[in-house]
Design a binder for this molecule. Structure first.
Ligand SMILES: CC(=O)SCCNC(=O)CCNC(=O)[C@H](O)C(C)(C)COP(=O)(O)OP(=O)(O)OC[C@H]1O[C@@H](n2cnc3c(N)ncnc32)[C@H](O)[C@@H]1OP(=O)(O)O
Length: 155
């Protein structure tokens, strides 16, 4: 990606208008995500905003093709703990790049942005869960495999 492309695909925080730029449709490439009404989106956006820098959702917008479409996203939540001298841990979630622009380092840029934020917030580490297929991607982003993921679904 050259410097002009870099400029056109810069990372920024989620804005309330991003719902109408394909943000929800992008999340649908990651997992089950029903359509979210304007009202429901605004309510959830305001709820998240109350966490300030402790809950960051970032996006990349495609300004190159003038589509203005949201083509990449990810989030990080800053957990405050008692262990490790009242340490903090960043939890990365919901990372997805639009299928039309994968393989152009956008995913890595999203992960770097979220990791930099966690570090700046004073976290001693940043962690995430992923599928076996995505292990090579996260290794390229500087992560290493540790322990196992457990889950209990309620619905
Ligand atoms: C915490 C979570 O949210 S886990 C969920 C992750 N999201 C998904 O699985 C949704 C579907 N997949 C995607 O959206 C994308 O494929 C992503 C996010 C996994 C990767 O995004 P991309 O923008 O395509 O990755 P990017 O181009 O930044 O790749 C960085 C490096 O990882 C490598 N890489 C990316 N995906 C893979 C893979 N599946 N297998 C091997 N290597 C990979 C790339 O080749 C590149 O290597 P290089 O630096 O040597 O050239």
């Amino acid at each position: 990606m050259d410097s002009v492309e870099e400029e056109m695909f810069h990372v920024r925080k989620l804005e309330i208008s991003d719902r109408n730029k394909g943000f929800i449709e992008l999340l649908q490439q990651l997992t089950v995500c029903d359509s979210v009404s304007e009202e429901a989106f605004q309510e959830r956006y305001q709820e998240i905003a109350k966490y300030g820098d402790d809950h960051l959702i970032c996006v990349m917008q495609d300004n190159k093709h003038n589509s203005g479409k949201i083509v990449a996203t990810g989030s990080v939540f800053i957990e405050k703990k008692f262990i490790r001298n009242c340490g903090k841990v960043g939890h990365i979630e919901d990372v997805v790049v639009d299928s039309s622009v994968r393989g152009k380092q956008l995913g890595k840029k999203i992960i770097d942005f979220l990791s930099d934020h966690a570090r700046a917030m004073g976290c001693y580490k940043v962690i995430l869960d992923c599928s076996l297929e995505n292990i090579p991607f996260y290794e390229k982003c500087g992560f290493k495999q540790k322990e196992v993921q457990m889950v209990k679904y309620f619905i």
